[in-house]
Design a protein around this ligand. Sequence first.
Ligand SMILES: Nc1ncnc2c1ncn2[C@@H]1O[C@H](COP(=O)(O)OP(=O)(O)OP(=O)(O)O)[C@@H](O)[C@H]1O
Ligand SMILES: [Mg+2]
Length: 267
Amino acid sequence: MDSTDRPEIEIRGLHKAFGDNQVLRGIDLDIARGEVVCVIGPSGSGKSTLLRCVNLLEEPTAGQVFVGGTEVTDLDVDIDAVRRRIGMVFQQFNLFPHVSVTENLTLPQRRVLGRGKEQAAEVARRNLERVGLSDKAGAYPSQLSGGQQQRVAIARALSMGPEVMLFDEPTSALDPELVGDVLSVMRQLAAEGMTMMVVTHEMSFAREVADRVVFMDGGVIVEEGPAEQVVGDPQQPRTRDFLMRILDPAAAEPPHGAEPPGPAKEL
Ligand SMILES: Nc1ncnc2c1ncn2[C@@H]1O[C@H](COP(=O)(O)OP(=O)(O)OP(=O)(O)O)[C@@H](O)[C@H]1O
Ligand SMILES: [Mg+2]
């Protein structure tokens, strides 16, 4: 199918239920090639489920998802082929603990893509350089900081040559001083033209990097638009409430005073 004039990701009438729990209740969203879309919203609103439906880690109850013009929700689709085109980075880095950083990058290439040892190593080398970790090639994950492990996880995903990258709160498990390096790598990826869907509570990143911000609540998209509009001048009361809590947790709390404002990412 000719995919050149279609959005890179198309989500149509997506529903997902877990038993009686209707988690996604009709999501429609297009993401153009090279576009960066940040998805924000309260805990339990369905953000992770939405990402997981895009690469079929969850099977939608109804609706369609197309990636690069291919319907991934088609029952006859080659799921492995679809997943090869979609890189995913999770809050927990999910590195293999018992092998080196380089092997974390080469093993999936060899197993899934059938690349030879030399080629896989060369791709790994290039992607470690991309995330600024060339000097950690021989280290084990346990010898790295959380931020470095997350950058390895990004390099691992990139080594598979994905067309799109999905990020699910990639900095939420990190100490605040380690967040910046991971966001820099993501900023650079965006600048290089990668299509990205990013669930995040990092509002400054969303404002600076996202072409569009989508606010979800209760399994629907409540509001979407350019970052400066949705984050800077939200129209919907639910969006305003959420942002107020994220951007200024203290202001949204009843005034019992003693509690310091927690980091927004924990909300
Ligand atoms: N595998 C599952 N089985 C059953 N219920 C699930 C499963 N995954 C998610 N849910 C439910 O779906 C709802 C939405 O979960 P989801 O993880 O998508 O929310 P979220 O917006 O990512 O929240 P958070 O900000 O806390 O990560 C929750 O009620 C959750 O309990
Ligand atoms: Mg989540």
